[in-house]
Design a protein around this ligand. Structure first.
Ligand code: URP
Ligand code: ZN
Ligand code: ZN
Length: 456
């Protein structure tokens, strides 16, 4: 493998920014100093005036997710290709077993499905029921390198857990010293609201949001924090969408509980106005939790700034318009989800850093470093440090583009960020020491990504 020398970049770490050179050998960062001499057989990249960021880690994606509407439209190959275009070099997806399937078997199947993933990857594994063997299955998964387990308090008819089962699962996760990641919504309340709206002939996508009001999220968050206090389970809330949830999480953190939170660009940049209009224009904004108010967007930016919310994922889960059409006359039948893995870093840079909502060091923390630390990937991933994997972005902050379905790389004919301007994207993406993207072109023969075994 050819060495790479990156010269004169503005290196952004989680605690400082400095100008320097980075030498990459055998897939790892081997040296970082002010000046490194060029050696033989070494490709040199001049990064003068360019930022160098750690490759992005997206802790929340759903590639090839089976649903009643068919699979989400990106598989691991197409979705990870889109991720690389946007500067994300590691993804964390999910293992959702079929009913009665044991977790290690489901994990093995999912690893096979992910073999053509171009980014590195790992999974949160989902217990979708409580049964005698669960603890031993969770321990087997931990031995296989899984340290986080995902539960849903919504979707109670399929993969969700009721309170009694949730509490028991949290006791096991706490005993195993693993991390519980949670989709927090009150499934029963939502089901009642959905069915009432439908019975009243209220069938448009806007009723998707109205049947999942803010309290169905923050009351679930409150309940789970209460369970966390009783069980000692460490909890990571995925896709936090309301300011109120962030406030409740902050209070729990101040009490010393090990509670972490993630939000997504859609909850920072989109609001419920997106759901007014006809089906054609609004169905793509149906995802859960739903879009909220502009005030929530602002509160979530503040929560990112003050460290209540430590990470950003995308919940990448695109569906084609023809799949969304299944719910033309019934919002309950619109598959929930939207794509975004390609845009996360550019959106957070443009609307976060350039609008002074977050600093550059915050940017690398919320797009990479914090996920690496929380999910047991540190310091291999997420840090620009000697010995870490050479997953690096050389960032072009001179570009200005509009996001569009015509130019995006995800496999979908919809884009929830259509027409958003981005100012900044990767000029080079280096993954494990190999240039995988330069000047908006993917390299040929990119090696497949690796499954990342994590440690507690
Ligand atoms: O609407 C969404 N978010 N779909 C993907 C599954 C989930 O709930 O995260
Ligand atoms: Zn979810
Ligand atoms: Zn999700």
């Amino acid at each position: 493998m050819t060495d790479i020398l990156i010269k004169n970049g503005k290196i952004v770490k989680s605690d400082k920014i400095f100008i320097g050179d980075i030498l990459i050998s055998e897939g790892k960062i081997s040296k970082i100093t002010d000046k490194i001499k060029k050696r033989e057989n070494c490709k040199v990249i001049n990064a003068e005036n360019k930022f160098i960021f750690p490759g992005g880690i997206d802790p929340h994606v759903h590639m090839h997710l089976p649903t009643f509407a068919g699979y989400s439209s990106d598989d691991f190959y197409t979705g990870s290709k889109a991720a690389l275009f946007g500067g994300t070099t590691t993804i964390i997806d999910f293992v959702t077993p079929r009913k009665k399937q044991n977790l290690p078997e489901a994990l093995a199947e999912r690893k096979k499905e992910a073999e053509n993933c171009l980014t590195d990857y790992t999974f949160h594994v989902s217990p979708i029921d409580f049964y005698d063997n669960l603890e031993s299955e969770i321990k087997t998964c931990i031995n296989e390198g899984i340290t986080s387990f995902k539960v849903y308090t919504a979707y109670l008819d399929s993969i969700g857990l009721n309170d009694e089962k949730l509490f028991k699962v949290m006791q096991i996760i706490a005993d195993c010293k693993a991390l519980l990641t949670v989709h927090a919504e009150l499934g029963n309340d939502i089901e009642t609201l959905r069915n009432n709206f439908f019975a009243e002939g209220k069938t448009n996508p806007e009723f998707h949001a109205l049947s999942r009001p803010p309290e169905t999220e923050y009351k679930a968050v409150e309940k789970i924090i209460n369970f966390a206090e009783k069980t000692g389970c460490r909890v990571y809330f995925v896709h936090v969408s309301t300011g109120k949830s962030a406030e409740i999480i902050r209070q729990a953190q101040e009490k010393g509980l090990k509670i972490y939170a993630e939000t997504c660009p859609q909850y920072l940049l989109l609001d419920d106005e997106k759901l007014t209009g006809n089906f054609e224009n609004t169905a793509k904004f149906v995802f859960s939790p739903p879009v909220r108010k502009k005030q929530d967007n602002e509160k979530l930016w503040s929560a990112l700034k003050n460290g209540t919310v430590l990470t950003t994922g995308t919940d990448h889960c695109p569906f084609l318009y023809e799949q969304k059409l299944l719910g033309k006359d019934d919002f309950r039948k619109i598959p929930n989800g939207a794509g975004g893995v390609e845009h996360r870093m550019s959106l957070l840079y443009t609307y976060g850093v350039l609008q002074n909502k977050i600093s550059l060091t915050d940017f690398v923390k919320i797009t990479s470093v914090n996920s690496s630390k929380i999910f047991g990937l540190y310091p291999k991933k997420g840090e620009i440090a000697v010995g870490s994997d050479a997953d690096l972005l050389i960032w072009d902050d001179t570009v200005e583009e509009k996001i569009s379905v015509k130019t995006h790389h995800q496999n979908c004919d919809l884009n929830i960020y259509e027409n958003f301007t981005i100012k900044g994207k990767p000029e080079y993406v280096i993954k494990r020491g190999q240039i995988v993207l330069s000047g908006n072109k993917l390299s040929e023969n990119i090696p497949y990504g690796k499954f990342l075994k994590r440690k507690l």
